[in-house]
Design a protein around this ligand. Structure first.
Ligand SMILES: C[S@@+](CC[C@H](N)C(=O)[O-])C[C@H]1O[C@@H](n2cnc3c(N)ncnc32)[C@H](O)[C@@H]1O
Length: 283
């Protein structure tokens, strides 16, 4: 099992570098994936996935935005399949993809028997997504999957989504416009029995850095162990400004048709914390 990257405190930068490959969380690492799955399924918080009551609410909303069942859907970044499974139960034909092997195993194992013919999960990297033999009617990217790619890569990822859709196919993308903290850096620490970095009890140091000028947000965590060694990881986000969403999607081969204020049916605006962007594949 690979060990978390070791760090020397004296070599740490005060401000993290967004999307620094030496620090960025590898979602596909089996040990991280296993611990992340635990977070996805934890019903005490909405960390990696939302709690089930909220997922049920969102699925009801998605059904109003999606073509009618038995439309074919791609759930890109499906995690443990909470949305994909519910949509398959509702009659859609759903393919979930994710890089986390533990999440894919869990999603497959939990697939209800009566959805088996129309629900499948594949381990795949979104940035390398190949067009399927039969294009999908719609794709969803739920819970800020897109922001984990740097600004220059987001149009490429959207292009891969667009290329997997049939003519007139729609993509529904949930995007965060800002993190839940003010610009600047917030630091914290805790003693924990486990975190994504380790299953050994450790001191966990964290900081969240929101650079509003560059539209980036970095959540950094450092685990310090009893033997004095330390390991760290970060997750970076590029948060597309509201006004630039249509051009981002156009560069991704998609035309924005509606933008909603989060999961509500109200129109999204500059002050929305997050938006649901509904788009259509450009001819
Ligand atoms: C915040 S979680 C959301 C999971 C799921 N959509 C949900 O709401 O329950 C983001 C998901 O994206 C996956 N992911 C991150 N980077 C990815 C990539 N490059 N390709 C495929 N999946 C990725 C992660 O493994 C994780 O399951």
């Amino acid at each position: 099992m690979p060990r978390a990257p070791r760090i020397r405190p004296s070599a740490l930068s005060e401000w993290p570098v967004p999307f620094d490959p030496a620090w960025e969380l590898d979602w596909s690492r089996p040990d991280y994936g296993r611990r992340l799955l635990r977070e996805h399924l934890d019903q005490s918080h909405d960390g990696a996935s939302r709690r089930l009551a909220l997922v049920d609410q969102h699925v009801r909303r998605l059904r109003k935005l999606l073509p009618s069942p038995p439309a074919t859907l791609l759930d890109a970044g499906s995690g443990p399949g909470l949305y994909a499974t519910r949509l398959a139960v509702a009659g859609f034909d759903v393919t979930g993809i994710d890089v986390n092997p533990a999440a894919i195993r869990h999603a497959r194992a939990e697939a209800p028997k009566d959805t088996r013919g129309r629900l499948r999960f594949h381990r795949a990297e979104l940035a390398a997504l190949e067009p399927p033999p039969t294009p999908y009617d719609a794709a969803i990217l739920v819970y800020y999957v897109l922001e984990a790619f740097p600004a220059r890569e987001q149009p490429r990822v959207l292009r891969r989504i667009a290329a997997s859709l049939g003519p007139g196919g729609i993509a529904i993308v949930e995007m965060r416009l800002r993190p839940d903290q003010l610009p600047g850096r917030i630091c914290w620490w805790d003693i924990v029995d486990s975190s994504v970095l380790s299953d050994r009890r450790h001191l966990l140091l964290g900081d969240g850095t929101y650079d509003r000028a560059r539209n980036t947000y970095v959540l950094r965590e450092i685990a310090v162990f009893d033997d004095g060694t330390a390991a760290g990881q970060q997750t970076s986000a590029w948060l597309c400004p509201f006004d630039r969403i249509p051009s981002l999607f156009r560069r991704g081969g998609l035309e924005v048709t509606e933008v909603f204020d989060g999961w509500s049916s109200d129109r999204g605006n500059q002050l929305s914390e997050s938006v649901i962007v509904v788009s259509r594949r450009l001819p």
